[in-house]
Design a protein around this ligand. Structure first.
Ligand code: HAM
Length: 444
C-alpha cells in the first residue's frame, strides 16, 4: 500500500514544482517496520522506569555492565541454542567488510557472560551481580508489544548456586514493578531440571507423545529428537491438546533439583510474593537449568510477558570458564511503558514551564539575568525572543503549557519588579526581582 502511495507521489515530481519534490523526499523515509521513535511526550515513562531501576539495582548491590550491541554470531548460536526460534528465525545477522559473521544482540545474557569472562571479572570475587539496559533486536512479526528493536533492562547474578539467589532476583523483579506502580501482574515459576534429570523428563515426554508425533506442528516434530522439552512451550493449540495428560515435569526431578526448587519456593513464600507453579514454563532459550520464571501482565494483550528469566548454571562453562552457576532476568521496557501509560496518574507531573516575556529590547538583559537565576534554582524556563506584543506572547505561553509568565516592561524595570502571571489561576502579582524564586517556590 505504502509503495503505491509513494509511486503516485513520485509521478507528481516530474510534472509539478519543487515543493512536491520536497514532499516526496520527506514522505519516503519512515523508520523500519518493527522499530519506532520514542517521542518526548513518552520520555517521562521511560525516565520513571530507568531511574527507579537504577536505584533498586543499587540497593540490591547490582552493578552496571554495558556490552556492545553487536557480537560474534557464534556467541548467540552456542549460548541461546542452534534450534531455538531466536537463533533459527529471528537474528539480525550479517557479514561485515572483514568477512566476520556478526549479529545484533537479541538478548543480554550471553554478552554479559562473555564480558564477565573476557574482562577477568570471574577472578574478582565469589559472586558478581550485574545489570544492563539497552536495545535488543529480533526479527519477529511486529504487533502490539512486539518489536524488532526493543529495549530490555535485566540483571545477571553470577556465581551463586543457592536458591536464595533465585528468590532474590524474583523478589527484585516484583519490587521493580511495585515501585513503577504497575498492578495486575502474576508470577509463574517452574524448574526445568539439570543434566542429571533432564534426560529422564525428556524421555518420559517422548514416550507420552509416541505415535502422535506426526500430528504435531513442523517445529515440534523438528525439536522432538534434540530439544523435546520445547514442545511444552509450543503455542499451537493442536499441539497443546496432544500434550494434555503428560506427567508433571516435577515428578521426574532428581533429588537435588527437587530440593533446590522447594527452597526457592520457601524463600518466595517467606517474602510474601504470590506466585503459581507452571510445569509447562520451559522458556525459549536453551541455556536454562532448574528455575525458570515469567511475570505476565493482565493489562497487555497477546504479548503479555513483561519479564522472563531463570537459572543458567552451565553457560559460563560453555563459554570457556569454570563451572559457575548463575541466574537472572530481563524485562521489556516497551511493555512496561504500555502498562504504565494505562495508569498515567502514577507519573509525577513534569516540572512546569515558566515563560519570560521582556517588553522592549532594553529590558532583555535584566530578564536574561533572572532566567539564569531561575534555571540555577531548578525551574524549567523559556524566554521569548520574538519581540511580539504581550497578547501574542501570552497565547504562545499558553500553547506551550506554561504555568507562569513573568513580564518585565519599562515600569517594572524602574521599580526593580516583574509581573508574575499565574496562567492556571488566572491571577497576577507584582513581585520584587529578588523575591521571584521564593514566590515561584511557594506557588509550586
Ligand atoms: P526473553 O523472555 O526472551 O528473555 O525476554 C525478556 C523480555 O523481553 C520479555 O519478557 C519481553 O518483555 C521482552 N521482549 C522480548 N522480545 C520482545 C520483542 N520482540 N518486543 C518487545 N519486547 C520483547 C531473555 O531475553 C533472557 N535473556 C532473560 C534472562 C536474563 N534470563 C536470564 N537472565
Amino acid at each position: 500500500m505504502q509503495g503505491i502511495f509513494e509511486s503516485i507521489l513520485l509521478t507528481k515530481t516530474f510534472t509539478t514544482d519543487l515543493k512536491v519534490i520536497k514532499l516526496v523526499s520527506t514522505m519516503k523515509y519512515t523508520c523500519l517496520r518493527g522499530t519506532k521513535d520514542i517521542l518526548p511526550e513518552d520520555m517521562q515513562y521511560w525516565h520513571h522506569i530507568e531511574s527507579i531501576s537504577r536505584n533498586l539495582f543499587n540497593y540490591y548491590n547490582f552493578e552496571e555492565l554495558r556490552t556492545p550491541i553487536f557480537e560474534m554470531t557464534e556467541l548467540f548460536e552456542r549460548g541461546i541454542g542452534d534450534d531455538t526460534d531466536i537463533v533459527e528465525k529471528e537474528m539480525y545477522t550479517f557479514t561485515d567488510k572483514g568477512d566476520r559473521r556478526i549479529t545484533l544482540r537479541p538478548e543480554g545474557t550471553a554478552p554479559i557472560v562473555r564480558a564477565y569472562l573476557q574482562n577477568g571479572l570471574d577472578k574478582k570475587s565469589g559472586q558478581s551481580k550485574f545489570y544492563y539496559c539497552g536495545p535488543m533486536f529480533r526479527y519477529e512479526r511486529p504487533q502490539a508489544g512486539r518489536y524488532r528493536q526493543f529495549h530490555q533492562i535485566g540483571v545477571e547474578s553470577i556465581g551463586n548456586e543457592h536458591p536464595y539467589a533465585d528468590a532474590e532476583v524474583i523478589a527484585l523483579g516484583i519490587h521493580l514493578f511495585d515501585e513503577f506502580g504497575l498492578t495486575g501482574l502474576s508470577v509463574s515459576i517452574n524448574s526445568v531440571g539439570c543434566p542429571v534429570c533432564r534426560p529422564v523428563i525428556e524421555e518420559r515426554l517422548k514416550q507420552f507423545i509416541g505415535s502422535n508425533l506426526k500430528k504435531l506442528c513442523g517445529d515440534c516434530q523438528k525439536r522432538f529428537d534434540g530439544r523435546p522439552l520445547r514442545l511444552l512451550d509450543c503455542k499451537n493449540k493442536k499441539c497443546k491438546t496432544y500434550l494434555t495428560g503428560n506427567s508433571n515435569i516435577h515428578d521426574s526431578h532428581c533429588h537435588e533439583c527437587a530440593d533446590h526448587f522447594s527452597s526457592v519456593i520457601d524463600y518466595i513464600e517467606a517474602m510474601g510474593i504470590p506466585f503459581k507453579i507452571d510445569p509447562t514454563l520451559v522458556r525459549g532459550l536453551d541455556y536454562y537449568t532448574r528455575t525458570t520464571f515469567e511475570i505476565v501482565s493482565e493489562h497487555l494483550g497477546a504479548q503479555n510477558a513483561i519479564c522472563g528469566g531463570g537459572r543458567y548454571d552451565y553457560l559460563v562453562e560453555q563459554f570457556g570458564g569454570k563451572k559457575t552457576p548463575a541466574v537472572g532476568f530481563a524485562f521489556g521496557v516497551e511493555r512496561a511503558v504500555m502498562v504504565l501509560k494505562q495508569h498515567s496518574d502514577i507519573i509525577q507531573k513534569a516540572n512546569p514551564l515558566i515563560y519570560l516575556v521582556p517588553l522592549g529590547e532594553s529590558n532583555r538583559p535584566a530578564l536574561f539575568k533572572l532566567l539564569n537565576e531561575l534555571r540555577r534554582n531548578e525551574f524549567k524556563c523559556e524566554i521569548d525572543y520574538s519581540g511580539s506584543d504581550l497578547n501574542k506572547c501570552l497565547k504562545k505561553a499558553n500553547k506551550m503549557g506554561a504555568s507562569n509568565v513573568i513580564i518585565l516592561g519599562d515600569d517594572e524595570a524602574l521599580s526593580q519588579t516583574v509581573i508574575v502571571k499565574n496562567m492556571i489561576k488566572r491571577e497576577q502579582q507584582l513581585v520584587s526581582l529578588d523575591k521571584v524564586v521564593d514566590v515561584l517556590n511557594d506557588s509550586k
